[in-house]
Design a protein around this ligand. Structure first.
Ligand SMILES: Nc1ncnc2c1ncn2[C@@H]1O[C@H](COP(=O)(O)OP(=O)(O)OP(=O)(O)O)[C@@H](O)[C@H]1O
Ligand SMILES: [Mg+2]
Length: 321
């Protein structure tokens, strides 16, 4: 069930050991824009998977396909072993959309009561309020809540039906540090209770904190997939700063260099490992000076990973579908 102005119809709920979701060979275009290009991606029952990517990567599109809100141009979407539009699956799926909308004049309690009524075994109101940190706002109108508080209401609506599968599209956007951590704890609790969670995020830190597996998406394609440790290994690296007469083109040719950026009189080079690159730099430019080596931050390294992949844009080309 999704928090929108017009919630979808309710149906029977049920539990199944096979709660999972997958995109198989999915292509989705919006006119000229190739939002998803041959995406293969699966969330196994009981795990938390993070779809990590920058703006416009295709995360919300993937979530909407899994919710059956739109159809792919090609490929197969499967949710809980069936079609996402199957009414039973809908009531076993809870979702929080990025731009979730609910009527502004209804109070928090009324929203939760209304959404809970769509399910046969909803969670008690008290539990939902506690999970979403909304106890103090139960009688407040949605329209009178702050952005972060509204976000918590949308989370409450996603979980109130006690769904098996939760699709959370950037659930922590707009939350302050404390509320973000509290939501992370709630997501962990849900997983401990056997739920399956797919969440999207811009932040490697968030994916790292929550996910069993991370799929990095950029310009509509999955560019890396693995456990947080595996992804961090791929994305972490070193930042080498120096003053050199070598041009950026020749620096990019050095094996292991992932990114080169001119920064005032110096260059900043990102590399998976510093030592071989530094050896090569000194061999090519004995006059090199001002050498500094630091660890690239996680977010920065993630940017390097996605930047390189994103140079060509995601517009439909003549060879695409
Ligand atoms: N209805 C639409 N019509 C045309 N283009 C669209 C539509 N919805 C999304 N797009 C485009 O498809 C691409 C993927 O969008 P999507 O919303 O899935 O990205 P996202 O990863 O969720 O981004 P963000 O982090 O900003 O939420 C973008 O280039 C976007 O502009
Ligand atoms: Mg989005």
């Amino acid at each position: 069930m999704i928090a929108t102005m017009e919630p979808t119809q309710s149906a029977r709920t049920g539990k199944s050991a096979t709660a999972a979701a997958s995109l198989e060979g999915i292509c989705k275009n919006y006119g000229e824009v190739r939002a998803l290009r041959n995406v293969n991606f699966a969330v196994r029952a009981g795990e938390v998977v993070a779809l990590l990517g920058p703006n416009g990567a295709g995360k919300t599109t993937a979530v909407k396909l899994l919710l059956g809100l739109m159809q792919p141009n090609s490929g197969k979407v499967r949710v809980l072993g069936g079609d996402p539009t199957n009414p039973e699956n809908r009531t076993r799926t809870g979702a929080m959309l990025q731009i979730g909308r609910v009527p502004e004049t209804l109070r928090v309690r009324e929203h939760i009561d209304l959404f809970s009524s769509y399910y046969s075994n909803p969670l008690p109101l008290k539990e939902v309020l506690a999970s979403a940190g909304l106890e103090k706002f139960v009688d407040r109108k949605f329209g009178d809540l702050s952005g972060g508080q509204r976000q918590r209401v949308l989370f409450a609506l996603a979980i109130c039906g006690d769904p098996d599968l939760l699709l959370l599209d950037e659930p922590t956007v707009g939350l302050d540090v404390e509320a973000r951590r509290a939501l992370w704890d709630e997501i962990r609790n849900l997983v401990e209770r056997g739920k399956t969670v797919l969440l999207t995020t811009h932040y490697l830190e968030e994916a790292d904190a929550l996910a069993d597996r991370i799929a990095v998406i950029n310009q509509g394609a999955i560019i890396a997939e693995g456990t947080p440790a595996e992804i961090k290994k791929q994305t972490s690296g070193k930042r080498i700063r120096c003053v050199t007469n070598l041009g950026t083109a020749s620096l990019r040719e050095i094996s292991g260099v992932t990114e080169v950026r001119e920064d005032r009189e110096a260059v900043e080079i990102h590399a998976i490992e510093a030592e071989p690159v530094v050896r090569e730099l000194l061999a090519r430019d004995p006059g090199l000076s001002g050498l500094e080596i630091t660890s690239a931050g996680l977010e920065e390294a993630f940017l390097a990973l996605t930047q390189d992949n994103g140079r060509n844009g995601n517009h439909v080309t003549s060879s695409s579908n």
